[in-house]
Design a protein around this ligand. Structure first.
Ligand code: UDP
Length: 233
């Protein structure tokens, strides 16, 4: 029996289950960058991102951060609670890179004096612009209390992931989170993987994430595999 495809994104497909409050996430090998202008495939990416995200969701759950994650079903499939996604991308940063380097004129690699939390409007047609709390308010994306909660969850998740990754000799440069509501409760959703995080080797600053694909640096699949191997070590 094949279940109904509810939604297809750039890197994942969402399928219905027999349970109205749960859906299956299928991780594809497709990779895109620069708002879909660059397209490609990263061999085994779906398998690795499913495994890496499952690992992080279980770690966060053990530290009191609830997410949509229910269980890893098979190599490429995760069972999750169905969320009504809040149209805000929460980015947390520890080290300047990417768009922050451009915005502030800070060289990539400069350690930030304290973590920075940013909000982006999740809207492909607009190119996911940076927004502030006033924009979120007038757009009606979340209440001020919810924005505060997203901000605090971002910092809490950052501190858990940073601490864990340090023990695996990986620097967490920055990452993007998405949240959604299940029965009025805000839960962490989406994925946490080398597609959505910048990971650098602690000793050499070697990139172990999607920047290898974005910037055509090669060794993409090996880097995703290395992150998985280090998490499991
Ligand atoms: N990010 C993401 N999806 C997006 C935009 C950003 O997962 O649509 C992640 C990205 O992988 C990085 C962090 O969010 O870990 C910050 O990205 P940045 O704003 O620097 O974006 P860039 O300039 O690299 O597109």
């Amino acid at each position: 029996m094949t279940s109904k495809l509810l939604y297809e994104g750039k890197a994942k497909q969402i399928f219905e289950t027999e349970h109205p409050y749960e859906v299956l996430v299928y991780f594809k090998d497709d990779a895109t960058a620069f708002d879909g202008q660059k397209k490609g495939q990263i061999h085994s990416k779906g398998i690795l991102n499913n495994a890496i995200s499952s690992f992080f969701f279980e770690l966060l759950d053990s530290r009191g951060v609830s997410s949509h994650y229910v269980k890893k079903v098979d190599e490429r499939t995760m069972l999750v609670k169905k969320l009504k996604i809040i149209q805000i991308e929460v980015v947390v940063r520890n080290i300047a890179a990417g768009s922050l380097s451009q915005r502030l004129g800070w060289p990539e690699g400069r350690v930030l004096p304290r973590p920075v939390v940013e909000f982006y409007y999740k809207d492909d047609a607009l190119g996911d612009p940076l927004i502030n709390e006033s924009h979120i308010d007038v757009l009606g994306l979340a209440s001020p209390e919810e924005v505060r909660y997203l901000f605090e969850q971002g910092l809490k998740i950052n501190s858990i992931l940073t601490g864990y990754l340090q023990t695996k000799k990986v620097k967490l440069v920055d990452f993007k989170l998405e949240f959604g509501k299940s029965d009025q409760v805000i839960l962490l959703g989406d994925e946490i993987s080398p597609d959505t995080c910048r990971f650098w080797d602690s000793d050499t600053n070697r990139k172990l994430d999607k920047d290898l694909f974005r910037r055509d640096l090669g060794g993409v699949e090996e880097a995703y595999q290395e992150i998985y191997d280090r998490l499991k070590s």
